[in-house]
Design a protein around this ligand. Sequence first.
Ligand SMILES: [Fe+2]
Length: 244
Amino acid sequence: MEQVKKGVQTALDVSHVSAQLKAKGFCSIESDFFKQADFFREDDWKEFAQSFNNQPVDKYMKDNGTYRLRRFATIEYSTSDRSMNFFLDRPYYQPTDINYLNGGVVRHFDPMEAETTDNRFLRGLLQWAFNVVEQLEGSSNWEVSLHPIRILARTNEQGEPAPEGVHRDGVTYIFMMVVARDNVLGGESTIYDNERNPLKSVTLQPLDLIFADDNKVMHGVSAILPDGVDGYRDVFVAAFTKKT
Ligand SMILES: [Fe+2]
């Protein structure tokens, strides 16, 4: 079950990550550990990162911002057969009590492209995450929403990675992995307890990830600003909802 190279005890070990999630409500993992994972190959990672270059503008931003580009997909997964079934035509919905800014509206985003949903790095990362949630929840069925998102930092418009502020996503577990930071300042991620006291702040670099128990903790990300010239921050978010 452990998705790491033989004999290498790392922060990626499923037992370590699940213990952290249980004890603290979150687990932060640096890029070096993902580079040692058995599912990591440089060319797969590069291909996954490059897919963020081809994403349309999010048309549902109620702050009228044009700084967010994204695609979307849903997965159904059962720990019994371990197969990931992708759905590319489902809309995304959040209630307003979870997302006061953009909730309450059924959002139809452009789907993730087939070559991205087939990407070996993506599949490996998701299987690792499913192993973590299985360790925590036992045999179970999951619905997972996938959000590859680019936030632009332009000289004429600040980029907001989390325009809704400190929030939770109304799911069971969630991870956020930064995929790229190009000419940006800011974008500091903070995990909060349910009374909104900050627990940990970190400026995630490419391949760094935070895994969180969405019931135990909340999260937020500070604005990004261009570092001299226009820039962007790419993040991949996967939100896991336990169905049964
Ligand atoms: Fe979130």
